[in-house]
Design a protein around this ligand. Structure first.
Ligand code: FAD
Length: 431
């Protein structure tokens, strides 16, 4: 065994890995945080908003020093169908006050800041290193291999994101299926801060999160997103990877159509596209969670499939931070007992179950199934937008009673009242 052995090697300086490193280093552990990108965040992208609660518990008032963009004070969901649109717009003054409910972020800056907190706490950050494999001794993980280099530790924390190579190498996870992940595509559109505030009816430094359902994914499972940052917009699409493969549509073409959609085009008008990126999202929830620990290894964040997409709420960052915290606490306790075996790390699952991570994932266990319902992406947007459009239309034709209007548009969207009632009951039971 090498002499320069670390207490913990953490692979991946995303929010899960940096949180674990920050807490472990703060507790006096010798921590090596390894990142394959040139800097933390350089390889990372997401839609755009982090719910604050998880980080605020660890670093109270983090927004005072973290590179956050705007606190989200306005939530908008827009249904798009055949030239019609219908938006639900919700605001809450409380979201604009500390402790802010959620912030839009840009990952390059935010991830770099969180990793710097881990470094300040004493962790060693090593970038530009891609970990290829795990090292074993008597069946227990004792370190990592990166190219020719071998590094040793009491425990390895796999925080290497979706499709975790390390969880697979450890025999804890299998390769996901295309049905279990979505492809996310995103562009950054630069605009003056005041233009953004004006277009989204925001006060200075306040932000909006807008999700889109319907035509933007051409009937495929998924949706669009738009988040307002200080002086740019994060605009993108998330589409189930199996649907995308079957649909025969190229992701860049889908994005181009979305960008030019009559509802989107005025929002980004005059802006300059400065970045384009793509990333996978684990979307099957607990159905794709691997075994979370083994001899000398723990898995957290996206590597453990901890993402929740409810259609109107997308969460992964707070789960990454919460599971990074649970991993760190597990290692601190294992060190106290001098036991990094599978049994010694078993407390990890218990800590996750006691935290919001497993509680919330369990509560919405069936949500991924609900989102597999194709009507959500075609028939419902069609029904909602055409009914709303008729309600607002005055054109001299004889008005129909509301019920007749409802049934007329139900018929046009190919659904029956019974179908809607059944979907409603299913949705209410799951959500
Ligand atoms: C399009 C899209 C939109 C999203 N929108 C939201 C949203 O609005 N809100 C939200 O909360 N969540 C959102 N998410 C999910 C969120 O981004 C993730 O849940 C979160 O980033 C998970 O953090 P993590 O630290 O587990 O993994 P990651 O952020 O993926 O970090 C993993 C790190 O490991 C590094 N790495 C990987 N392999 C290796 C290796 N072999 N060696 C060394 N380093 C390695 C990577 O470079 C990376 O830095 C979105 C995701 C996508 C793709």
């Amino acid at each position: 065994m090498a002499e320069d052995k670390f207490s913990a090697i953490i692979v991946g300086a995303g929010p899960a890995g940096s949180t674990a490193a920050y807490l472990l280093a703060g507790a006096g552990h010798d921590v090596l945080l390894i990142e394959r990108g040139a800097a933390p965040g350089s390889k990372n992208m997401f839609g755009g908003r982090m719910y604050s609660h998880a980080l605020n518990r660890l670093i109270p008032g983090f927004w005072e020093e973290a590179p956050v963009e705007r606190p989200v004070v306005r939530e908008i969901i827009t249904f798009l169908s055949g030239g019609r649109s219908l938006s639900v717009n919700c605001g809450d003054d409380a979201w604009a006050q500390p402790p802010y409910h959620s912030f839009t972020l840009l990952r390059a800056e935010f991830d770099a800041w969180l990793a710097s907190k881990a470094e300040e706490a004493g962790a060693m950050l090593a970038c530009n290193i891609s970990v290829d494999d795990l090292l074993y001794e008597d069946g227990k993980v004792v370190g990592i291999r990166a190219g020719e280099d071998e590094m040793f530790s009491d425990v390895v924390i796999a925080a290497d994101g979706v499709n975790s190579v390390l969880a697979q190498k450890a025999g804890l996870a299998r390769m996901f299926s295309a049905k279990q992940v979505a492809t996310g595509i995103k562009m950054i559109v630069e605009l003056p801060a005041q233009t953004i505030s004006d277009r989204f009816q925001l006060r200075e430094n306040e932000g909006a999160a807008q999700l889109f359902v319907g035509d933007c994914t051409k009937g495929m499972e998924g949706g669009g997103f738009l988040y307002t940052n200080k002086s740019c917009l994060s605009l993108g699409l998330v589409v189930n990877a199996a649907d995308l493969a079957k649909g025969g549509v190229r992701a860049p073409d889908l994005m181009e159509d979305f960008k030019n959609h009559p509802v989107i085009a005025p929002l980004i008008e005059g802006g300059e596209v400065t970045e384009y990126s793509a990333h996978l999202i684990p979307e099957a929830g607990l159905a794709m969670t691997p075994r979370l620990f083994g001899d000398g290894i723990l898995v957290c964040g996206d590597a453990a499939g901890f993402v929740l997409n409810l259609g109107y709420v997308v969460r992964g960052m707070d789960f990454a931070i919460g599971s990074g915290e649970a991993a760190a606490k597990t290692v601190i306790e294992a060190r106290r007992r001098g036991d990094f075996s599978k049994a010694g790390l078993g407390a990890y699952e218990k800590l996750l179950r006691e935290s919001f991570v497993m509680r919330d994932l369990e509560a919405f266990r069936k949500a991924p199934e609900l989102l597999e319902n194709r009507r959500m992406f075609g028939a419902y947007p069609e029904f909602a937008t055409s009914l709303a459009s008729e309600l607002f239309t005055v054109d001299g034709t004889p008005p129909l009673h509301l019920f007749r209007k409802v049934f007329k548009h139900l018929g046009k969207s190919g659904m029956s009242a019974t179908r809607i009632a059944l979907d409603g009951l299913k949705g209410a039971a799951w959500l």
